[in-house]
Design a protein around this ligand. Sequence first.
Ligand code: ATP
Ligand code: MN
Length: 462
Amino acid sequence: MKTQRIAEILKSTTTDYDITVKGWVRTKRGNKNVAFIALNDGSCVGNIQVVVDLQKIQEEELKAVTTGSCIRVDGKLVKSLGAGQGVEVQAEKIEVYGTADPDTYPLQKKGHSLEFLRDIAYLRPRTNTFGAVFRIRHAMAYAIHKYFNDHGFYYWHTPLITGSDCEGAGAMFNVTTMDLNNLPRTEDGQIDYSQDFYGKPCNLTVSGQLEGELGALALGQIYTFGPTFRAENSNTPRHLSEFWMIEPEMAFYELEENMELAEDFLKYLIRYALENCREDLEFMNKMWDKELIERLEFVIKNDFVRLDYTEGIEILKASGRKFEFPCDWGCDLQSEHERYLVEEHFKRPVILINYPKDIKAFYMKQNEDGKTVRAMDVLFPKIGEIIGGSEREADYGKLTARVKELQMSEAELWWYLDTRRWGSAPHSGFGLGFERLLLFVTGMANIRDVIPFPRTPNNAEF
Ligand code: ATP
Ligand code: MN
């Protein structure tokens, strides 16, 4: 017989039939006549209550049924007389699959701190909070594929190992099979990469965008959804060294359409969560962030503000606010600036566009003014930058001139530049950090708490 998931069983409208449930024991309590076991199988926040008549099942047999143990219960689904649940299982037989010694199992009582749970990230999915977070993570991944599939985008796989170090999005991790204690050298003492696996230096990718553009200039509309790596030594609650990114790239989209897509996409995902993850969101709202659901509903109901970077700087300067970092024209905005605009000035998400070219990547379309590029960052409450994107420079002459100006390697970028030689087209795209989205949707405050196994400086456990 197929084991029914507890999420399904709890919704059952019929009762008095034989049933098997399998899961992990959250708690066991009772008296000398009856024991109550709260059982969870990861399918929902709720537990099913198993009622054990101690006349039928000896107390001795229940010794091994402790918090954290894994059991199978055969019995009958009945209407519950107790408050708090509609149905419960009357146990006929209990089998213990795996015991959990109360003296060593770390998740004994409730109410552990998130920091403690991070240290035992291999067990934290068994808590209510992380169960909820990872179910929401799954739902968002599914919704991302659904959105793009429904809108005529193709899922495009870009390499994780790259030979180009040109995106400039962040410091990279080297990929090598060379013996680090005995590196081959060229005559002039440099490391001889011709003897390495790929015959040249290679890295883990910081973004799939450049290869994404190749897809867009052939299939029209593509998106990537995969891991990216940045060796940036930034210990913040918003940065991981391994994170997942979603990068749509569209031929024939100008910046305007790129912004429309970003707004529609984010609203779709948030609406999807509200409609499909209600119970988990309510749990997160109750436990971690009392304004979570209100904030999610607010974002889908209101237009995002669209604002020039230059105007943004003027607002920041006129604010009279003392920021830790400067915010003169030409400066890259820090999270404190982004959050001021979003949370205090406009009180809604902001799409900031037309940034100074010197703080943005080489491939962004240059504006007529010679100073700015058609970049767009989507700024969210509590997060700051959630999306970074732009219209791409489609003109071969302008793009190569910029590459030269920045003293980048034309030789390495040959294949990318070639797309502008043959059948170039206006095109745009953006990158959404999956974990930044999840911070927003779950109400968690630290990015380490929305990915099962976070990778940050000095931390690659599990
Ligand atoms: P930030 O300024 O916040 O460090 P960025 O400008 O370096 O971000 P982009 O290169 O524009 O980021 O990357 C696109 C998106 O990827 C960002 O908008 C953000 O959502 C996400 N992102 C970037 N770096 C990280 C990181 N280290 N960890 C998690 N998500 C990230
Ligand atoms: Mn960015």
